[in-house]
Design a protein around this ligand. Structure first.
Ligand code: TYD
Length: 646
């Protein structure tokens, strides 16, 4: 597989390079010729794809593969010998059609060669073999460019071109594959497992379309994936002319092509590890936007080395959005329609690739070559650069649209998500949306929260809002019982993890039965203490990992985050001095309460958008006014007001 994919990639590079070579320096002709190569490569799959699978099932797979490989050897080797456009296209169509029979035979043979429990690994290896060979082929192509230059410097006439050399090596790789398959005696004549017959492309498109248009998230996802392929297609289709415009040759073409795949591989492999904590719905649109941004930069760059670096970055973000998109498709689409949706996406991608590969070079040809002079600096921007720029802008717009469409938690800012991911906190993906406003009060002992929560409730009710004032621990029947256990000094020592779980248990019940229903009804909920109390008391106070405590609470609350958290800040000594009795936690030493206070301030400092710190040593009236004016700034509340005025 690796060898035959290597041959495929090398063949792609060689045939596009040959198309440019045959154009003999004519910019328009070169662009059209390259577009032609891509179209003849993809068309057979679009037209014959579904039939080939069925036919391939009728033959002895091993023999079919060997015959296909020998034929591919012959046709590839014939391209440089005949050396003209007509044969270049004819042979490409034939080779591609042969590949259509070879691939299903290979696909169907794998389950016979691999034990069932290793099938998943085998599929991963197939992916590595088919895409991992691309950068290797690209590197090989660059090396061949050097070899070709060396050979032609010895001979007076241009003896060997890079494309010719590459095509011969490509042909040999198929001969080698034929020999490898010949030695694989284990491939049965026909395995019992019939390879899945692809649906007719038109039918799968119509069915898929019906389903997809019914879901906002999935349509956003597919729009985004198409955008990614549009941008990637533009890069691939224009790469050869773009490199030529930068006054670089075949070697640079190979390296640029390799950079795309290196970037893609990096993004696919490292991206999910780095952004694993991050909401997938958000990372998808965001990474698409970033990669389109790099595409725009690429169009503006006029230095080939810089272009390669930008290409790697572009590829990495495109790869990240591609894996995220595919993973999400798997997660968001119900089991019974998943197959159809995947087929739909695959068909859409093929069609859009054919379109963009055909259109992009034609646009580039139409724009032609241009040079500008600004302050005596000469700048050359040719059709390819303009077209890449345009593709980048389209990608950017699509990225932003799909980000907006899939934005799962409108009341959580992008920054909040990034910061939470950096802190290693798990941001729930399901985080339900609601139309209410959630405000939490936090602070140490004796900070005067209870008084201020009542003031705020009155302030909001005066404005005509429906307000629910509640507290943790407590707030529900179960909560009040837990509260007794947690605060009664008679309970004695509770293991720190047990204490954390009890607070989380109280919170889960509180959110599910009281807070969320009110928020869903559009009410404003004010909670006296919430998640941050656990992070501060159980995390910093009892000295446990803050992010573990946070993760526990986020699980308990299904990711419900307050729109605003108000921290009533008071030095521990003063706060404790205001109390008369002392419950189980209030009996803790001063150092414990100091740690708690510092943790609250840390949390607020990390995300100033979502936190408001009040100096709680001020007078009640001063505090009341400060809180009221901050709360009035909550965007949803401002909206409510304008609605009320209407
Ligand atoms: P409470 O009477 O509400 O305290 P205050 O009147 O100071 O707000 O008691 C809550 C106690 O529980 C308080 O000492 C803080 C502690 N606590 C935690 O340790 N973890 C938590 O998650 C919560 C909500 C409270």
């Amino acid at each position: 597989m690796a060898f035959s994919s290597f041959g495929d990639w090398l063949g792609l590079l060689a045939t596009t390079a040959l198309a440019l070579e045959l154009a003999g320096g004519n910019y328009k002709k070169a662009n059209f010729a390259i577009a032609g190569v891509f179209i003849v490569r993809l068309l057979p799959a679009v037209l014959l794809g579904p039939i080939a699978g069925v036919i391939a099932d009728r033959f002895d797979r091993r023999r079919l593969m060997i015959v296909c490989d020998i034929l591919r050897f012959g046709f590839y080797a014939s391209i440089p010998i005949v050396h003209n456009y007509i044969w270049l296209y004819t042979a490409t169509v034939i080779v591609e059609s042969i590949t259509l029979f070879w691939s299903p035979a290979k696909e169907a043979s794998v389950p016979n060669l691999v034990p069932k429990d290793k099938l998943e690994n085998a599929n991963q290896m197939t992916l590595v073999a088919s895409y991992g060979s691309a950068p290797v082929a690209a590197l090989m192509f660059s090396v061949l460019a050097g070899v070709a230059a060396a050979i032609s410097s010895f001979t007076s006439k241009r003896y060997a071109s890079t494309a010719d050399l590459a095509l011969y090596i490509d042909a040999l790789s198929f001969l080698y594959t034929a020999w490898v398959v010949f030695k694989l005696q284990h491939i049965p004549r026909d395995g019992g497992s019939k390879s899945a017959v692809n649906d007719n492309i038109g039918k799968s498109l119509i069915e898929g379309f019906k389903f997809v248009s019914s879901s906002k998230v999935i349509s956003g996802l597919i729009l985004g994936m198409l955008g990614a392929f549009f941008a990637a297609g533009a890069v691939i289709g224009l790469a050869r002319t773009f490199v030529g415009d930068l006054k670089a040759g075949d070697a640079a073409y190979g390296i640029l092509f390799g950079s795309v795949f290196t970037g893609l591989a990096l993004g696919i492999w490292l991206g999910p590890k780095i952004f694993g904590q991050f909401s997938r719905r958000r990372i998808f649109g965001a990474s698409l936007t970033v990669s389109s941004f790099f595409l725009i930069i690429l169009a503006l760059v006029s230095n080939i080395v810089l272009a390669m670096l930008v290409t790697i970055l572009l590829g990495a973000f495109a790869g990240l959005s591609w894996v995220t998109g595919f993973t999400m498709l798997g997660l968001e689409v119900a089991d019974d329609v998943r197959g159809r949706i995947f087929a739909f996406v695959q068909s859409l991608i093929r069609i859009s690739l054919v379109l963009v590969l055909a259109i992009a070079p034609i646009i580039a040809a139409a724009i032609g070559r241009h040079s500008f002079t600004i302050n005596k600096h000469h700048l050359n921007y040719d059709g390819a650069a303009f077209t890449l720029f345009g593709a980048g802008v389209i990608g950017l717009v699509v990225g932003i649209i799909s980000y907006k469409r899939m934005k799962d938690r409108p009341n959580v800012s992008f920054l909040t998500d990034v910061l939470a991911a950096l802190r290693g906190e798990l941001v729930s993906e399901s985080g339900r949306t609601h139309t209410g406003i959630f405000i939490a009060f936090e602070g140490g002992e004796g900070s005067g929260k209870s008084t201020q929560t009542k003031y705020l409730k009155a302030f909001l009710e005066e404005r005509g809002e429906k307000v629910l004032l509640t507290r943790e621990p407590g707030g529900t029947e179960l909560g009040n019982q837990l509260r007794k256990i947690l605060l009664d000094p008679a309970t004695g020592n509770i293991a720190p993890r047990s204490e954390a779980l009890l607070y989380a248990a109280d919170r889960a019940n509180h959110v599910h039965n009281k807070v969320m229903p009110a928020l869903l009804g559009g009410e404003i909920v004010i909670s006296d203490r919430y998640i941050d109390s656990s992070i501060a008391y159980q995390g910093a106070g009892r000295v446990m990992q803050a992010n573990e405590v946070a993760r526990l609470s986020k699980w308990a609350t299904d990711g419900l985050i307050p729109n605003l958290t108000i921290i009533m800040d008071v030095p521990a000594e003063i706060g404790l001095g205001r109390l008369n009795g002392a419950d189980r936690l209030e009996q803790e030493p001063l150092a414990f309460h100091e740690r708690v206070r510092r943790e609250f301030l840390n949390l607020a400092a990390i995300d100033p958008d979502r936190y408001f710190v009040v100096d709680a040593t001020q007078s009640k009236e001063e505090i009341r006014q400060q809180i009221a004016s901050r709360v009035a700034l909550i965007p949803q509340l401002a909206l409510n007001e304008s609605r009320a005025i209407k």
